[in-house]
Design a protein. Structure first.
Length: 164
């Protein structure tokens, strides 16, 4: 059963999650303009990661879809006409969405740390699709990524790696 305290927690948590996703998808130019005291000494080496347009489009599309679904679920939770079962189902789906988003972030972080590649991850039940920003299509790299991601799970997942 959902009470006001749980509903406020869920609403604030969703807002924090949306803001953190927004922050992660901001471009380097926007971030540098927001940072007022961003002065780089001449001796410091600066590495700027240029993201692939395809990856940015996939991230934005995924984020928009997530935000729309979150809004629908919050409307169900706040609705006076929704039954208790509908509200509980919406709450459970919100928890599932949060878990899926954390899994996506863990996979992206693993690929970034282990292989130094930018990626976008999509999870649909037991299917995981990973899109890598790389001009070379390397089967060995794809196999290594699949093995590394599969190590995160106890059950077998159907993992696909695409290069863009």
């Amino acid at each position: 059963m959902i009470n006001k305290q749980n509903l406020w927690f869920l609403t604030l948590f969703s807002l924090i999650m949306v803001l953190s996703i927004y922050y992660l998808t901001m471009s380097n130019d926007t971030l540098s303009s927001l940072n007022v005291s961003n002065e780089i000494e001449e001796k410091t080496d600066l590495v700027i990661s240029e993201e692939n347009d395809t990856l940015v489009a996939l991230k934005v599309a995924d984020e928009e879809q997530l935000l729309m679904r979150l809004e629908e679920l919050e409307n169900v939770l706040l609705s006076d006409t929704a039954t208790l079962q509908e509200k509980n189902d919406a709450y459970e789906e919100l928890l599932t969405l949060n878990k899926t988003e954390s899994e996506k972030e863990a996979i992206v972080k693993l690929i970034k740390e282990k292989f130094s590649l930018d990626s976008v991850v999509s999870i649909n039940e037991s299917n995981i699709t990973i899109t890598i920003a790389s001009t070379t299509h390397d089967a060995t790299l794809a196999n290594n990524i699949i093995r590394s991601v599969q190590e995160l799970y106890d059950t077998d997942k159907y993992i696909t790696v695409k290069f863009s």
